[in-house]
Design a protein around this ligand. Structure first.
Ligand code: RTP
Ligand code: MG
Length: 140
């Protein structure tokens, strides 16, 4: 299996409810390693750019407002098939549809305030990691 990196975000609903440690435990229990991590407040422009691909979606403005409503924790996860593995650990976008034992099933508040983001492809993971982290911040 290929060692990969993926970009994770613990969203404002997770930081607001003090859940970052519990979510990080789920990540580490899955075998993924948190190789970089920082807590930041996204600006409107940064959130708009990050979610640019969704700009035409009806939920885009609400999503940008939500993602700037409080601090987030951005992190780089590393492991075998990290992109797919983390998507499995996260669960479905809508917590109502998420499988038992997933982060979103156990912690998400709604389809929007769903606690975590994970890159959806290896290609996007590279772009998203580079959006938040410099090479010097990735210590493996
Ligand atoms: P993410 O990008 O955050 O990992 O989530 P995802 O791939 O499962 O979902 P995606 O379709 O990429 O949507 C990005 C985020 O937008 C919010 N959303 N709101 N109100 C709605 O119908 C709706 N749909 C999506 C969620 O925060 C979702 O994670
Ligand atoms: Mg997505």
């Amino acid at each position: 299996m290929a060692t990969e990196r993926t970009l994770s975000i613990l969203k404002p609903d997770a930081t607001r409810r003090n859940l970052t440690g519990k979510i990080n435990a789920r990540i580490e229990e899955s075998g993924l390693r948190i190789v970089a991590q920082k807590r930041i407040q996204l600006t409107k422009a940064q959130a708009e750019k990050f979610y640019e691909v969704h700009a035409q979606r009806p939920f885009y403005n609400d999503l940008v407002s939500f993602m700037t409503s409080g601090p987030v924790v951005v992190q780089v996860l590393e492991g075998d098939n990290a992109v797919t593995k983390y998507r499995d650990v996260m669960g479905a976008t809508n917590p109502a549809n998420a499988a038992a034992g997933t982060i979103r099933k156990d912690f998400a508040e709604s389809i929007e305030a769903n606690s975590v983001h994970g890159s959806d492809s290896a290609e996007n993971a590279k772009i998203e990691v580079a959006y938040f982290f410099s090479g010097l911040e990735l210590v493996g």
